[in-house]
Design a protein around this ligand. Structure first.
Ligand SMILES: Cc1cc2nc3c(=O)[nH]c(=O)nc-3n(C[C@H](O)[C@H](O)[C@H](O)COP(=O)(O)O)c2cc1C
Ligand SMILES: C=C(O[C@@H]1CC(C(=O)O)=C[C@@H](OP(=O)(O)O)[C@H]1O)C(=O)O
Length: 390
């Protein structure tokens, strides 16, 4: 499975084409819209999310609620485009639009954004040409793709969920018994945190940051259950599934770190407290008595729950301005802004969940025959059965 995304933040809309989804997978627009709505929510989002109502249109690859095996094309309209039509038009600039376009020209790079690096690389004196594509608006399509992957995983009995474990230094300590409980409790919280007390403190921390013109980041944790054992591979660097997941998480805007299982904590512990002992019994086959390595050994799944942490930096656009330099005048200025999220960690959690879902689904499609969903399922079931008798 592979995909491309296209679209600018304030352009007409966003597009993706996903190739390699098996035929006969049940799929509706609603399956995708549910995920898009989750991404738009969460405490700390700015005014833009009041304008957008992300709804997908499937324009290829699905017929009467079933995938056909053809590329799946998805589009989402930017409702904000009506305010940006002249500025973002693909047509040559008209004289009557020049003034409006000039008012939206960006010559002052925002610290923490792609503006200056992109402008130098692509030789754009108007950094709007960079901003529009580097915006996390693009993550809408990453979630749309992930929602197709999640549908495939669900039909195979694999569940993926996410919760927020840290916002601005407020850490969650809640535990959960099952992934269904995790999902339910995370979705019920304005910050997607399953620890109710910490949720309230996180909300207060976000409000406080906003009041001070500042922003805060955090840590999200993706959990997936039901992945068969031995998916991924140890044989080559680019086939290691934990490596692919790490790359996918790091590709999300503002994500600065990723951990598998206990992650960085492994540096502080002896090996006896890091590795998971193996046991076997008739009913369960091979299991680990702990899951400190987060479901991976040797780039392959162990069959234990997959646990991935992603770290998001604070949003770079601040009401409390940071110093930068105007690329025309070379003068120092303090950036002023019109609107921004103050914390997008709860929203980014959904993005993180969906990019992990894509990597998991893709790894299964690489390992098993993938043209038809029924064949895929048969082969995975046979693999699980074989592993249990190994
Ligand atoms: C869901 C989501 C929403 C975001 N919203 C904003 C925002 O409102 N303002 C902002 O400055 N950055 C926002 N960001 C972060 C920037 O897109 C990101 O920091 C920037 O593109 C630079 O990329 P880098 O941080 O990965 O280097 C958001 C990120 C995500 C994942
Ligand atoms: C549009 C989305 O997020 C945007 C991501 C973003 C950024 O700089 O990354 C900046 C903001 O956009 P605007 O400048 O239009 O207010 C966010 O609203 C979205 O998540 O759908």
């Amino acid at each position: 499975m592979r995909f491309l995304t296209a679209g600018e933040s304030h352009g007409p809309g966003l597009t993706t084409i996903i190739e390699g989804v098996p035929a006969h997978l049940p799929l509706t627009q609603e399956d995708i819209n549910v995920e898009l709505k989750r991404r738009q929510g969460g405490h700390g989002r700015g005014r833009r999310m009041k304008i957008e109502k992300d709804l997908v249109t499937i324009t290829s690859g699905v017929r009467h609620g079933m995938t056909t095996g053809a590329p799946i094309a998805l589009t989402v309209t930017n409702d904000d485009y009506v305010h940006w039509e002249q500025v973002m038009s693909a047509e040559p600039l008209k004289a009557e639009d020049e003034h409006r376009v000039q008012t939206k020209t960006i010559t002052r790079p925002r610290p923490g954004h792609a503006d200056l690096n992109g402008a130098i690389k692509y030789n754009h004196r108007d950094m709007r040409n960079i901003l529009e594509r580097s915006s996390a608006r693009e993550t809408t399509m990453r979630v749309a793709v992930g929602s197709v992957a999640k549908k495939l995983l669900k039909e195979l009995g694999i569940t993926v969920g996410v919760h927020v474990v840290n916002i601005g230094g407020v850490k969650a300590s809640g535990t959960y018994q099952s992934i269904d409980e995790l999902i339910e409790r995370a979705e019920a919280s304005a910050v997607r945190c399953i620890d109710e007390e910490a949720s309230e403190q996180m909300k207060t921390a976000i409000d406080e940051a906003k009041k001070n013109g500042d922003s805060i980041g955090g840590v999200v944790q993706v959990v997936a259950t039901g992945m068969p054992q031995g998916v991924g591979s140890h044989v080559h660097y680019d086939r290691k599934l934990d490596g692919k997941i790490a790359g996918a998480v790091m590709s999300i805007n503002a994500f600065k770190g990723v951990e598998v299982g206990i992650g960085f904590e492994a540096a502080n512990l002896p090996g006896s407290q890091v590795h998971d002992e193996i046991y076997w019994n008739e009913d369960e086959g091979y299991k680990r008595s702990t899951n400190r390595l987060g479901g991976f050994e040797g780039g392959m799944t162990t069959g234990m729950p997959i646990v991935i942490n992603g770290v998001m930096k604070p949003i770079p656009t601040l009401y409390k301005p940071l110093k930068s330099v105007d690329i025309d005048s070379k003068e120092t200025f303090e950036a002023s802004i019109e609107r921004s999220d103050s914390c997008a960690v709860p929203a980014a959690a959904v993005v993180c969940e969906n990019v992990v879902a894509f990597e998991l689904a893709n790894s299964l499609l690489e390992m098993f025959s993938a043209d038809r969903f029924d064949r895929l399922k048969e082969q995975i079931d046979a693999h699980i059965e074989e592993a249990s008798r190994f």
